[in-house]
Design a protein around this ligand. Structure first.
Ligand SMILES: Cc1ncc(COP(=O)(O)O)c(C=O)c1O
Length: 460
């Protein structure tokens, strides 16, 4: 992927040779500070294909991954004794901090009571009540990943509407849900480039348009064949794209008018505040998905339905051919998930914690913006609640296409490693930073100072 701001030997306004030199220097510093990890990981971990237990672990721009000893609150410590302020937080799974005390307590308690039995317990009863209260929708199901929750919710959407297609936004990511893997490539819908083992033409069942384009939405829904629009309220899986003022009103109005359901995937935008972007902005979705941090880091996800969708699905189930629905997985809704989810919903996802996250995230985005401005860089910083990004291109971005153009992998990688060497870990993808309830002002200031120093060095 090229950078939209790539001009004659420059990426994001920075001469390429300066970026290459920074990356090389920082890679050496990184390796020197981690002899144990270098020894254990440089050749890959024996027994794992590709040398890592999950191939995304090779996506970190560091010469080899951190070998973690422990993570607590908003800090992560590697086996070589380096402690970092963690703003990646497991790419959102630990958005509320590593091992929040109430969750750790609940897990300890549940550990002696059985870990999975395919039956409800009293925590399940509490979680049902908490999901209704926190997110507003009346009917819920539990899955184990956001990927699965989206997959099941999309099945319901197709079942109740009797329509075959879904609509996604260019640049979206909703987990490894096959039917969402469609992009606009050279102006036309196409399978997302790079998909392994995908021989189907996914565009047959999926329409794709740009975010923030209501005219394109209206045209795409006009055929009456779209069961569901699946949307993040803010695109967070490319460089961050905020919704234009009024865009969500338009999205809701046009989907309703077309008889198309609206699935809001809050897996990342739960950073916005209690109840997510949906509650803060009154989105009124038909279907709602939340994964990653909903159980404080224990694998779990939830998907909710409106009264109307639930009634229609009940009617559909009465009529459908008896047999396996294609929904559900064996370990989902297990008591460990319920213990952790109850603790998260009752004691961790609180107004007070969100207020702290919001305050520090505002401080962070202001600090990053000031560093960008001071160094005259053609970049910008953006935020949705506790989720912050710096983007090495001018902003604001309005579409997934623009976001892809703004992506500057080589420059982002150099900055990432330089930040690690200055004691701060950010996400390996698109410069994402999360502020947790455990994050301190000192950690934020450390990140801002490190970023400012790197900006100054890059700006020369
Ligand atoms: C918005 C969104 N939905 C769903 C997912 C999938 O989550 P998981 O990998 O836990 O299934 C992601 C992952 O990044 C995501 O960003």
């Amino acid at each position: 992927m090229g950078s939209g701001s790539e001009k004659a030997g420059r990426i994001g306004g920075i001469p390429v040779d300066r970026i290459v030199a920074l990356k090389a220097r920082e890679a050496e510093t990184y390796a020197r500070a981690r002899p144990k990890a270098a020894n254990a990981l440089s050749g890959g971990i024996d027994g794992f294909y590709g040398g890592v237990p999950m191939h995304w672990m090779n996506d970190w721009p560091t010469p080899f991954p951190l070998l973690v000893e422990k993570a607590r609150g908003a800090s992560i410590t590697d086996v070589d004794g380096n402690m970092l302020a963690d703003f990646c937080l497991g790419d959102t799974g630990s958005m509320f901090g590593h091992s929040p005390a109430p969750v750790a307590r609940a897990i300890r308690r549940q550990a002696g009571r059985g870990l999975t039995y395919m039956l409800p317990d009293e925590d399940a009863i509490a979680v049902g009540r908490l999901l209704k209260k926190t997110f507003g929708l009346p009917f819920w199901q539990i899955a184990t990943t956001a990927t699965d929750a989206n997959r099941f919710a999309l099945r319901v959407a197709r079942a109740v509407t009797g329509r075959p297609k879904i609509l996604v936004f260019n640049g979206c990511y909703h987990g490894s849900v096959d039917e969402t893997m469609v992009r606009i490539v050279d102006g036309r819908p196409a399978n997302r480039p790079g998909l392994a083992g995908e021989f189907r033409d996914l565009t047959a069942g999926t329409k794709v348009i740009e975010f923030n384009d209501l005219a394109a939405l209206e045209a795409a829904l006009a055929g009456g064949d779209v069961a569901c629009v699946i949307a993040e309220p803010v695109l967070t899986n490319s460089c961050m794209v905020l919704a234009d003022p009024g865009y969500h009103d338009g999205l809701r109005r046009l989907t309703r008018a077309a008889g198309t359901l609206l699935l809001i995937d809050e897996t990342h935008t739960i950073s916005t505040g209690l109840g997510g972007y949906t509650r803060r902005h009154g989105l009124g979705p038909d279907l709602f998905v939340l994964g990653k941090p909903v159980a404080g880091g224990v694998p779990a996800s939830v998907w909710g339905m409106s009264e109307d969708v639930a009634a229609r699905f009940r009617a559909y189930e009465k009529e459908k051919t008896p047999g396996y629905s294609g929904m559900g997985t064996t370990l989902s809704a297990n008591p460990l998930q319920f213990a952790a989810m109850r603790a998260t919903l009752e004691e961790v996802m609180t107004e007070a914690n969100y207020a702290h996250m919001e305050r520090l995230a505002a401080r962070l985005v202001d600090g990053l913006s000031a560093a960008i401005a001071k160094n005259g860089l053609p970049w910008h910083a953006v935020r949705v609640g506790a989720r912050v990004e710096f983007i090495c291109a001018p902003g604001p971005l309005r579409t997934g296409g623009e976001a892809e153009g703004a992506h500057a992998p080589a420059l982002e990688a150099a900055i990432h490693v330089a930040l690690v060497n200055r004691g701060v870990l950010i996400a390996p993808f698109h410069n994402m930073m999360l502020v947790s309830p455990a994050t301190t002002v000192r950690q934020v200031d450390r990140l801002v100072a490190a970023f400012a120093a790197i900006c100054a060095e890059l700006a020369g």
